[in-house]
Design a binder for this molecule. Sequence first.
Ligand code: PGA
Length: 257
Amino acid sequence: MEVIIKDTYEEMSIEAAKIIKDAIHLKPNLVLGLATGTTPIGTYKELIRMHQAGELDFSKVVTFNLDEYVGMPSTHDQSYHYFMHENLFNDINIAPDNVHVPSGVVKDFKRYCQWYEDEIAKVGGVDLQVLGIGSDGHIGFNEPGTSLASRTMVVTLTEETIRDNSRFFDRIEDVPRLAITMGVGTIMEAKHCLLVANGKKKAGPVAALVEGPITSQVTASALQMHPNATVIFDEAATSKLKRIDYYKWTYENRPEV
Ligand code: PGA
């Protein structure tokens, strides 16, 4: 796992956006996995800036989002459909047909989850998957105890996630209890995983992800088994890491390839 530590949230976001930009330059029809949450907003802002500066063309890029709340129509201002359009899609030249965000309002979720997997497979799999990490260590909505081999499915959110996400709702009772999410196994098939985390609230999950045991209790720890995972943190998120000096040393001395 490549661990990159930046002083600030802004620098973390710029670094993540640069990795995405380089990947799109290398492959204009990149299959890009996207995440919601507060963390990647800075990365998306930087991608929008790059696009508006004429440095980045999304016209051939295909996107797949990780998750969505069950029962949430795409028009709801707390849906992840809405979030993605507000924070990225409305301001870049992505083709609407190339955008995939799982639907939270389908009749037959079992069939729909398989369809979502098939759509990813049809375009050759995700090339680069952007990820955040939950305070309970989740990636996507793969809560503690989820199989590390799981595929796209409907899951029950933990109380912790519901509490975390209640900041966007009027009342905690309004936070959906269920979500549809790519599985850990689905995420692990991405050719490159790129996780961003910032702030001291994420120090515990970050330490568990990088230095803890691989366990379904912290689904992000599965990334230790990924052959090409990059994690980018701001300084505040690294306070519980034991080998910070080595990660910085490795980054400074990384081979130019
Ligand atoms: P956050 O969410 O970026 O809002 O902290 C991260 C996550 O739950 O994956």
